[in-house]
Design a protein. Sequence first.
Length: 623
Amino acid sequence: MDKNEREILDKIKEKVSDVEIPKEITPEEISKKLEQKNKRNTGSITKILAAVFVLVLISGVVVSGVLRQVSKKNEGTDTQKERGVTEAEPYSEIADYLEKYYEGIKAEPFLGDGMIMGKSEEATGTTEPAAEDIQITGADSSYSDTNQRHGDVGEGDIVKTDGEYLYIRRSNQNQVEIVQADQGTLKKISTIQMEEEDLKISELYLCEDKLIITGTIGEMWVWGGYAKDTESETKETQAVVMTYSVADRNKPELIGEYTQSGYLQSSRFVDGYMYLFSEYMVPYEFNRDQIDTFIPKANGDFIKEADIYMPGVKQANQYLVVSSIDMEHPDESIETKAVLSEYGQLYVSGNSIFVYSQTWKDEQNQTEIRKMSYKDGRIKGSGKATIEGYINDSFSLDEYEDHLRLVITNNEDNALYILDKEMKITGKITGLAKGEQIYSARFMGDIGYFVTFRQVDPLFSVDLSNPENPKVLGALKIPGFSEYLHPYGENLLLGIGLDMSEDGMSNGVKLSMFDTTDKEDVKEEDKIILEGIFYSDVSYDYKAALVDVERNLIGFGVDGGNKYVLYRYSKEEGFTKLLEEELIGGYDASRGIYIDDYLYLIKGDAIKSYSLEDYKEAGQLIL
């Protein structure tokens, strides 16, 4: 039974659940009469027909109304698999565009508005998590969770915990280990081995008693999502979500698998729904008469024409494929969209997906930003904008009260823009920090902070309370720069970056604590330079940071994850080093996770545990 059939039956059951069936027309009575009428029509089929007959008698117009509603909702949902893969006509506009792209014709894009095949759709509104919604783990303060980019938008990582067990991606990227962590004692419980040898696991999620594994089957950077295997045969590259029940940690059970074209770019988890993002590149030799050479798939079916976004730029030869999966039914999608564009980065807020990509036009960097609104697994295109310059990373964007705020660097200087829900600019500040570039940013309600750098580190504070008139409040200049900013309690802002000398040489990794009590006069309350350490993992991966204000812990890997440092902060003592530990375990990034009063450091196939009372080693395990 597919999803549409189940939806029809669920709606019928809902409508007739409270209706009392007269005894004379129960399925059993009708079955007896039919058997007497025709002895040959016995068994389960007769009973099913009888039951359906009863439902029709009882519900009448209600049932037919449900069928009409579902039928209308699913108009045009016949897949290209059913039509035949050589029918190019439904996708002729896409083929036209791709041919022009590869021919190098400098023609204006024919669908520059960027809506779904020219159809404008409204946003779905603000997402408010309901009390009964499935929540990602980490709400319990007795253990830590992945450092997330935006509020309650869950993100995967190479290590997860539920407060009792550690779930660890092995360094071979093809296995997951479940390890019991009991007061620093470590015990391996079970191994989940991927059946596909070329499946590379990217990240893990925990959702109640489900372990969700995301990854890529096949090579990652290949034209058209295809790669050559050792026998010189083509094999499709697919992003995959595999869901396991871990109710019994000793025997994890696969309960769902979902695939879509391309290599996995990222994923998010919100209110019980997984949002999967993959990149699918169209080959130069694509054939417009064979849609399997230029149209991506979702769970084996070609994505419908009406669910493909056309580009607003001339340089586009790949898709960002976006699917939503209800984790109650982990082997099927609620909805799938595909954005034909250049390679794009992602920022996902509580109710919107922003895809931003850099282009080059008229000797000027430009950033195109597409917005898709989402709620309860439904995804709709809602607008786009093109702004001069380039965006440093996802922390340079932030959606707040239906407005997107962003900071951007162009050729000469930097700027701040505020856009409304239709992606129209409402306010801006331009000409900031000429000759410098943005290195980090953090938006906190009505105030935004961002760092630019040339030889000194200006930390700008900006009032964003009026979207039509943002104002710079202050600019603190100190040597070096912060590559990552993180709120650290009331009126404090943590910075992790580098200290720089006047001649532009690095003095080492620097921790800064900024006092933001006076937004017009932000001060560097305290700083510490990590002696002999010149590289922080946080500079390229914010998930490498363990920052917990309540526990007063600041931890992250340094020097490529081969060492881990842990600090605390107080106004009286400033930064205090609690732990500096060499790590082994291969080339994987390192992670620090606490459970109760113990810290667990994981790198590849090695785990160490430490007491958070005296910071002495309590146990270790080689997987």
